[in-house]
Design a protein around this ligand. Structure first.
Ligand SMILES: O=P(O)(O)OC(CO)CO
Ligand SMILES: [Mg+2]
Ligand SMILES: [Mg+2]
Length: 289
C-alpha cells in the first residue's frame, strides 16, 4: 500500500542533511554562546539558524503543519501537542558537544506520530523510522540488542544541565545504583537522540534520563520502538514525552530492572505554563568560543 507520509519524510531527511551542512560549517568557525535555563544550558546562533531553516522549509511545503521547536519554545512559543500534524524539532541535540567541537552532534525532526529523523552530521549517519515500517541507519535496518541480562549491559545516560545540588545528588544516586547492579559500563554521547539511536542500533542496551525535553527524544523514540525496543517511564508504565523522563531499552526486562534502580524525580513538564517552566535566567550572557 502506498505510504501517504513517504514524501513528507523524504523532505525531512533532505532538511536534516541541509541542517547538518550548516552545523558542520559552523564547527569550522566561531560560535557565539549564550545560556538558557541554567548557566550550563547552552545555545548558539547556529541552533537558532538551523531551527529557522527547518521551520521555513517545512512551512513552504506544508503550510498547515504546526511546530514545537526547542529554540522557538525558549523564545516563548507554546509547547502543546494538538491533533494537527506537528513537527517536533531539536536543531542541534548536543549543543554542549557542538560548542566544544566534541564528537557527536545531531539534528532531530519528528512528525508526530508518523516518522522520526535523527541526523548525526559529523559521522554522516542518517537514522530514520516510519511508524510500522522499521528503523534504519543510512538505509540499513536497525535492531536492538538481544541481551536481556542487565549485568551484561551497557547503559547510557547523561548528567543534564540542572546544577541544583539536590537534583545532582539524585542523578548520582541513580548512577551509583546502576553501576552496582552491576552493568558492564555506563556511557553518554552528549546527545539524548544519539544515546537512543545507540539503543536502536544494538550498541547499548538501554538509555535513561530525567530532565530531557520532548524535542530531545520524540524522533528517537520512534526509532527505538521501530528497532524492536521499548519506552518506559522511569517509575514504570507508559512514557509521557512531555514529562522529561524516559527509559529507552532493548527489552521490557531491562527497562523494568532500571525502573527499580533509578531514583525518580519530576522536573517541570514541557507542556507546563512558561512561568512554571522557566528556571534561572540571571546568568544570561554571550561569549565567543
Ligand atoms: O543539546 P540540547 O538540544 O540542549 O539537548 C541536550 C539535552 O537537553 C542533550 O541531549
Ligand atoms: Mg536536545
Ligand atoms: Mg538542541
Amino acid at each position: 500500500m502506498a505510504d501517504p507520509w513517504e514524501s513528507t519524510m523524504d523532505h525531512a531527511v533532505a532538511i536534516a542533511r541541509k541542517a547538518g551542512e550548516v552545523v558542520r560549517d559552523a564547527l569550522r568557525g566561531d560560535r557565539m554562546v549564550t545560556t538558557k535555563s541554567s548557566a550550563v544550558d547552552l545555545v548558539t546562533q547556529t541552533d537558532q539558524k538551523v531551527e529557522q531553516l527547518i521551520i521555513q522549509s517545512v512551512k513552504e511545503k506544508f503550510p498547515t503543519h504546526r511546530f514545537i521547536g526547542e529554540e522557538s519554545v525558549a523564545a516563548g512559543e507554546s509547547c502543546i501537542l494538538s491533533d494537527s500534524p506537528t513537527w517536533i524539532i531539536d536543531p542541534i541535540d548536543g549543543t554542549t558537544n557542538f560548542v566544544h567541537t566534541h564528537l557527536t552532534v545531531t539534528s532531530t525532526l519528528d512528525l508526530q506520530v508518523e516518522f522520526g529523523v535523527v541526523y548525526s552530521c559529523i559521522e554522516d549517519k542518517m537514522f530514520t523510522a516510519r511508524r510500522g515500517r522499521g528503523a534504519f541507519c543510512n538505509g540499513e535496518p536497525l535492531q536492538v540488542s538481544q541481551q536481556k541480562a542487565v549485568e551484561q549491559a551497557i547503559v547510557a545516560t547523561e548528567f543534564g544541565s540542572d546544577r541544583d545540588p539536590e537534583v545532582v545528588d539524585k542523578i548520582f544516586q541513580s548512577l551509583r545504583n546502576v553501576l552496582c547492579l552491576p552493568v558492564h559500563g555506563v556511557r553518554g554521547a552528549g546527545s539524548a537522540a544519539m544515546n537512543m539511536c545507540l539503543v536502536a542500533s544494538g550498541c547499548v542496551e538501554a538509555y535513561y534520563e530525567i530532565g530531557v525535553h520532548v524535542w530531545d527524544v520524540a524522533a528517537a523514540s520512534l526509532i527505538v520502538s521501530e528497532a524492536g525496543g521499548v519506552l518506559m517511564d522511569v517509575e514504570g508504565g507508559e512514557v509521557d514525552l512531555m514529562s522529561r523522563r524516559i527509559i529507552a531499552a532493548n527489552s521490557k526486562t531491562v527497562a523494568e530492572r532500571l525502573v527499580k534502580t533509578i531514583v525518580a524525580f519530576s522536573p517541570p513538564r514541557d507542556d507546563a505554563a512558561p512561568s512554571d517552566r522557566c528556571e534561572d535566567s540571571t546568568h544570561l550572557s554571550a561569549r565567543k568560543v
